[in-house]
Ligand binder design. Sequence first.
Ligand code: N01
Length: 501
Amino acid sequence: MTRVREPRIVVIGAGVAGIATAHALQQAGFHDFTILEKGSDVGGVWYWNHYPGLTCDVPSQIYQFSFAPKADWSRIWATGPEIQRYHRDVVEELGIVEQIRFDTEVASAVFDDDTAEWTVATAAGEVLVADFVICATGILHNPAVPDIPGLGDFTGDVVHTARWDDDLVTDGRRVAVIGTGSTGVQVVSALHEGAASVTHFVRSAQWILWAPMWLPQIPGVSVLLGASRTLQDAVYQLSLEASGILADVVLRQSWRRRAVQAYARISLRGQVFDADERAKLTPDYQPLCKRQVISGSYYRALRSPRTELVTDPITEITPTGIRTADGTLHEVDVIVLATGFRAHDYMRPMRIEGRGGVTLDDAWADGPRAYRMTAIPGFPNLFTVLGPNSPTGSISLQYSAELTAGYIVKWLERFAAGDVDTVEVTEEATAEFNRRVAEALEPTVWNTGCNSWYLTDAGTVDLWPFDRATMRRMLTTPEVGDFSLTGPGCGATVDVAQSRS
Ligand code: N01
């Protein structure tokens, strides 16, 4: 397609999704883009999270961009700081640092029906005008702070893991950790050696798969991979293929799912020998129902005489400690909130106003809802990367982000060719996609009766219930009939969806 104009693009967020988007734009020859990033560096969750023990529980050879394979990961499961450095290295290599504005929080994005432009305003009052807005704002961004009576009265230190204070001293102090997701398990494992005591408050037990997370990358692998990009690409592809097993076990009932679930039970029985403690640590739901926790050190940490497991519900926090339902006051110096995120607060708290002044808050009054993770009816020329229904529990997020960014680029090309001025997914296509999602979620393990951050307030599972091949099919070539388009190539304001029906 011959290009007659250059789209002005604002990307919000410089984490995994934002970097994947920038790379896709660059590859397609779109250079008029600005990335607005609230933090002071790239990396998204890897920038915001720097609590002790932070380790990625996805192997590094797959937890990376396809376009920027790293040969010399120091460990099979890399640490948070190494992953954060990787993201910095990638943006430097891509040469896009100049296009990222750090410490720039977006306050609002408003679509003008007459000019078909987006006006993006930052919290500092700066205004940018764009033809397209791409929200790469992440899923696990807004920390969930529990509403426990008395939390504000505690006289010691309180820290949420997603906003860790690097000056906080935990060594030699009595530390309470609330929460037993992937984060709580990692923090307890990391803090118990230096702290005077660690009391772990567990509301719902988790299944924890044992894995040797400390293993270095096999010697020689870095050298081999570093010597051949072809080999690196092959290893990446193989890892992607192999990771299909994860989608397979969570999406449908099979002997493979039962085998993984059996391994979860063995991981518990093989490491926790005290029957009472094991009973406390045995969840009342199926393994894999929540986001699976993986750790090779947590049960060992619990065996330490300095670590205490508390499963009695918390009733209040007093100035000196945490009281549980049995009346015990657990006196501590530090409270660590490993209580997770408001995972469905995509793009919040910014104000997003689409066609006819509809706000995202109104459009999503019943919960987040999009078409194929990326388009929202009522919001022309706005896309999300790793938006609602993203596969946080089954498929590589880098892969999903790259695929989605490539899909968005297809629409940008039509805009650049002067063919399309605005593109907006129809309500009908979005409803149909969500109907298919609901149907496909039925046999998934996420739907087997547990409370997890995958669930929205409405009780629906906000995940991708299809396999990778389906994702590829859905996000390779846009189905024009699912969109309302305006522009010269479509007649004055031809609604393609309507014109087909
Ligand atoms: O958060 P979570 P997370 N009183 O929501 C408990 C990713 N991640 O930060 O289950 C007492 O899983 C809550 O209890 P319950 C990964 O995708 C990845 O640990 O609601 N407890 C739960 O135990 C992960 O899934 C890596 O009963 C309260 C915990 O807090 C996601 O981040 C590493 C409570 C929250 O668990 C989120 O994990 C770390 C209360 N009032 C994280 N409120 C990698 O390695 C909440 N809880 C890639």
